[in-house]
Design a protein around this ligand. Structure first.
Ligand code: P6P
Length: 345
């Protein structure tokens, strides 16, 4: 029997389609010598739900799933139909995947206990952030954090499994439903971005080992709330304007964060009159993006502390968030400290 060694085609007649997310996850599994593939499976489950939500966000206007759902969530915010749909899709994927024991979701008042005695992981998720932009076709996103449960497998879920500081995350990521749909995640070994090829129904590696520029010329903040800002924030934004930086604020955290991560920039959501502890949620927004930011060489703080060091004391607690290029975050903190007023009132 004649056997030949495989010779990769050198003709270039058939271009390479690249590395799929599934294959990348499998390659990277060796980063976790003690993992037996559960985290890999969990990441694939999240990617599957992202594909389904992507399909539904792309056809919202046609399938009568745009607009308000007619209820408010625990945040007191009006739920959009797609908020509810995305929450159902991710909850279903995570519960059926078999790797998760509990879920914290922006759309759920309480912790969802999956009663899964073999589930090693806890997932905190904002199924669809920026949903007020859905009806006007502006980018929106999913944000997720993955933690290992602290208490023994099979025992009842305890709050110590849930209320972990962001530094305990084993993985985190976001999906950006934009001009293209991307999934960006980290497992603590750098940040990698995957772009969804709809014709093949696959995410392909498009942004390997993302590194954030140390500085930038973009600042993202809701200037309509300027009257609420502490002096230090005002002084920092004045400095950005004096340097003729670009103001870019989409009103969708994932989109603003992603652009600033790639191009260099800072996103700021300080304490305001309506949100004296900031608007963004620690468990399923700030922590995930802070983990990604730090893995890409950027920074994330609440104005006093490193976001990843904050020990949560409530499920849906909010935090001021200053996140992006290291030198820009440092400069903003300098102004805050100089004004001697904490970012949280
Ligand atoms: P504001 C969306 O509701 C969100 O949570 C983030 O995605 C976004 O950056 C921010 O709130 C926008 O808030 O108060 O500026 O409209």
């Amino acid at each position: 029997m004649k056997i030949n060694p495989y010779q990769p085609d050198q003709s270039g007649v058939a271009y390479s389609v690249g590395t799929t997310l599934d294959r990348f996850i499998k390659f990277k599994q060796s980063d976790f010598p003690f993992a037996s593939g559960e985290l890999s499976q969990l990441l694939r489950d999240i990617a599957l739900a992202a594909k389904i939500v992507n399909r539904e966000t792309n056809r919202a206007g046609l399938a009568n799933i745009g607009g308000a759902f007619g209820q408010t969530n625990v945040q007191g915010e009006e739920q959009q139909k797609l908020d509810v749909i995305a929450n159902i899709r991710f909850m279903r994927a995570l519960s059926k995947g078999g790797e998760v024991c509990a879920i914290v979701s922006e759309e759920e008042d309480a912790v969802i206990d999956l009663k899964n005695k073999s589930g090693k992981y806890v997932v905190a998720i904002d199924p669809l952030d920026g949903s007020s932009n859905i009806d006007v076709n502006i980018s929106i996103g999913t944000i997720f954090s993955i933690y290992r449960r602290k208490t023994p497998l099979g025992s009842p879920i305890q709050m110590e499994d849930i209320m972990q500081p962001g530094s305990e995350q084993v993985a985190a990521g976001y999906v950006l439903y934009g001009s293209s749909t991307m999934l960006v995640y980290t497992t603590g070994f750098g940040v990698n971005g995957f772009t969804y090829e709809t014709s093949l129904g696959e995410f392909f590696l498009s942004h390997p080992q993302i590194k954030a520029p140390k500085s930038g010329k973009i600042y993202s903040i809701n200037e309509g709330l300027e009257m609420d800002w502490q002096e230090g924030i005002k002084n920092y934004i004045d400095e950005c304007k004096a340097k003729r930086y670009a103001a870019r604020y989409i009103g969708s955290l994932v989109a603003d964060f992603h652009r600033n991560l790639l191009k260099g920039g800072i996103y700021l959501y300080p304490a305001t009159k309506n949100n004296p502890n900031g608007k963004l949620r620690l468990l399923y927004e700030a922590n995930a993006l802070a983990f990604i930011a730090e893995q890409a060489g950027a920074k994330a703080t609440d104005g006093k502390s490193r976001i990843l060091d904050i020990v949560p004391d409530s499920l849906h607690q909010r935090t001021p968030l200053f996140i992006g290029s290291e030198e820009m975050v440092d400069q903003a903190i300098k102004h805050i400290e100089k004004s001697k007023i904490s970012a949280t009132v």
